[in-house]
Design a protein around this ligand. Structure first.
Ligand code: HEM
Length: 221
């Protein structure tokens, strides 16, 4: 049986890998502001990067494998910790629960489940299935992006998901810094909270810009 601290470390390390990916992905998305060719060139470069040392799409496959492994670790640790917390509580609480931490753990668990559903839809939408909800073609990455977010309800789903992601990261970053022993003084705790808030805001706002500006007609075909 793994120790609780080992599970929390697994969550922290896999979570930090996700944050690295999400920041890079957000940077890539923002290329949409530079127009059709800049965006599609970037998508193409992602696939030719490292050639001829790597095969076409090689880097992308390395990233995919790392992400899938991190996801397995993150979900395994989360479910094990969730079960353990439940089992520890066979008798109903008589004492007053800490409302704040109960709220945070609910937000993390159900927020995590929602994000997982979002990612499944997201991959079907843009990578595995390539679904154009506007009915247009799917062979041009930039045009697929513009068509997708011209549909108000899809933009709404993304904005809600990005808000959930922000809330998850806000707490998760703080939590991981605690696990890594970086919150030992009042000053360190305040800094960890600020880092969590700032990174969560950058990621949520950075991801939301493209869908909003497409819907507003600023990013156009
Ligand atoms: C507004 C927000 C987002 C937009 C507009 C967006 C857009 C895209 C697009 C267009 C692709 C296909 C890229 C390509 O094939 O070249 C993609 C792939 C992907 N996105 Fe996002 N994304 C967003 C948010 C996210 C978030 C929050 C996550 C994870 C938490 C995420 C995870 C992924 C993954 C794992 C892939 C697959 C990469 C691959 O294996 O090819 N995305 N996204």
């Amino acid at each position: 049986m793994r120790s609780t601290i080992a599970l929390k470390l697994m969550m922290a390390v896999s979570g930090i890998i996700f944050i690295g990916f999400v920041l890079l992905h957000m940077y890539g998305n923002l290329k949409a502001f530079s127009g059709h060719d800049a965006y599609n060139d970037y998508a193409h470069h992602l696939r030719t990067f490292g050639e001829p040392m790597l095969p076409y799409g090689g880097l992308l496959w390395v990233i995919r494998v790392v992400l899938v492994l991190s996801l397995v670790v993150h979900v395994y640790a989360a479910v094990t910790l969730w079960r353990r917390a439940k089992r520890a509580r066979t008798v109903k609480y008589v004492v007053k629960k800490n409302k704040h931490s109960t709220y945070a753990s609910h937000l993390m668990r159900w927020g995590g489940v929602t994000l997982l559903l979002f990612i499944v839809w997201h991959l079907l939408n843009f990578t595995i299935g390539k679904v154009n909800v506007d009915g247009g073609p799917t062979n041009d990455p930039y045009n697929l992006l513009v068509d997708s977010f011209s549909v108000w309800w899809l933009t709404l789903i993304y904005l809600v998901a990005m808000a959930m992601l922000g809330a998850h990261l806000h707490h998760g970053i703080w939590s991981s810094m605690q696990t890594l022993g970086l919150t030992n003084s009042v000053r360190e705790r305040a800094l960890a909270k600020r880092i969590g808030l700032v990174l969560a805001l950058i990621i949520t706002i950075g991801f939301s810009l493209v869908p909003v500006f497409v819907l507003a007609g600023v990013i156009d075909k």
